[in-house]
Each structure stands twice: as structure tokens, then as C-alpha cells.
Design a protein around this ligand. Sequence first.
Ligand SMILES: [Fe+2]
Ligand SMILES: [Fe+2]
Length: 259
Amino acid sequence: MVEVIPVQEEFWRMVQDAAKDEAEAVEFYRQLAERAPTSALNHSIQHIMGDEMDHQAFFESVLTCCDMGPEPDGSDDRKGRYEKRQVHGRRIRIPEVSEPYPPIRIECPNPEYARLLFDDYAGMVSEMTAINQYLFHHYDMPEEFAEVAELLEAVSIVEMRHLEMLAELIKLLGQPPMYMDGQGRFWDASFVAYIPGNPCEQLQADIEAEQAAIQTYRQHIAMIDDRYIKAVLARIVKDEQLHLRLFTRAYQRYCRCYG
Ligand SMILES: [Fe+2]
Ligand SMILES: [Fe+2]
């Protein structure tokens, strides 16, 4: 099932350069937006920045996707871009963007911001739901979808890191990070789109989950006037864009005959 793609080092080096250039463009537009004299200009520049973030996520996903096959000898240095961790004795590649996470801090305690973050943390569309949904899909994937099952497990690990960062922010904002949404409703296992035995529908649900997460995070970035929290959410969005690309690629590869 694994597609063998002939590797040309020159190509991979150029893709790495493209990802780096896009990251620099994102940073440039971020600084430009901060200096915009009107909110309309700020908004337009942020929109352009969003496009550059998509381009960056695309190149990052190209680098990640094609590393997903079996490792021949571990000598390929482009694999060093993504962290590997031991899970039950297996080395798995963690699909997160190769940019460090911003420091976890806040400008001032703010209960309204905590409420918004609780929705991202353990609401219906949340990191808590994503972790449990991807893990269930990982357990339920049939043998011939082994590569997708591995991807889902690796993505769920990144979502755990997001959950942890949100928990720390919520704590700093003055609330205990219990598993509930902004209205105080506890997280519920029925939030998971299970769809047992339907790997392609599961992948489709996972694609929609990432799209919804990106949209919600972007709304919250616009609503929160705290530069530290904004930076953390913007960085999380980059991981979610990478996940969206990876799930979409997996769907295109494995589910062409089902859609
Ligand atoms: Fe996430
Ligand atoms: Fe994600």
C-alpha cells in the first residue's frame, strides 16, 4: 500500500528551503500587521499571512508525508526535522511543525479568556475530543490502513501537547483546568465521531475536525487581546494545518474509491 516515491536530494533540499522561506514570510507579515495604521489594513495583512501559513504547512507536510514509510537505515538527514519518540518500543514520527512553541505566559488574568480556552480545551470541538477521536480511529483502523493508523496515533500525541499548553494557560488565567467547556459542561465521550468499521468516513471526520479547530482557534485569536496567548494559539494553528494536510493526503491515497 505504501507508495514508493523516487527521492532526489536536490528536490528535498529545495522543499526545505521553501518551507523556511514561507516561515520567514509569515513572520514578516506578522510584524507588518502589528504596525498597520488601521484595523482594516491589519485584517487584510493577517489574511495574507494566513495564506502564507497554509503554504508553509503544505511544504512541511510534503516533508513529513514522504517520511511516513518504513525507515531503511535512518541515515536520511531530512528525517531529523521531526521529533521521534519511543511508544511501546516503536519509534514514531511526531507530526508537528518544526518551529518551537512560544513560552506559556499571559499578560493578565482574565476569566473571559479562560472561558474561550476551555472551549478549545475540552468543549465539543476541542483537543480533548481530537485526542480521543484519533485514538479510537487508530484502534479501529483495519490492517490495510496501518500507515493511517500510525499517523492518527502520532497526531493524537501532538493534540496532547496542545491540551497541556491550554491547561497551563487556563491555570495562569486563574481557573483549574478541569475537563469542561466555557459554560462549565463536562467533556463527554459522545463528542467523538466513532463511525466504527468505516475508515474513510473516519478520516473524513478527522479532516472536518481539523478544519473546525483551525476556524475556532482563528476566531479566538481575533477575540483575545493578549499577545502571549495569541502566539500560542497561532502556533497551534500551524500544527492543525499540518494535520489537515496529512489527513487529506491520507484520504486521497487510501479512499479514492470510497468518495
Ligand atoms: Fe490540536
Ligand atoms: Fe490537529
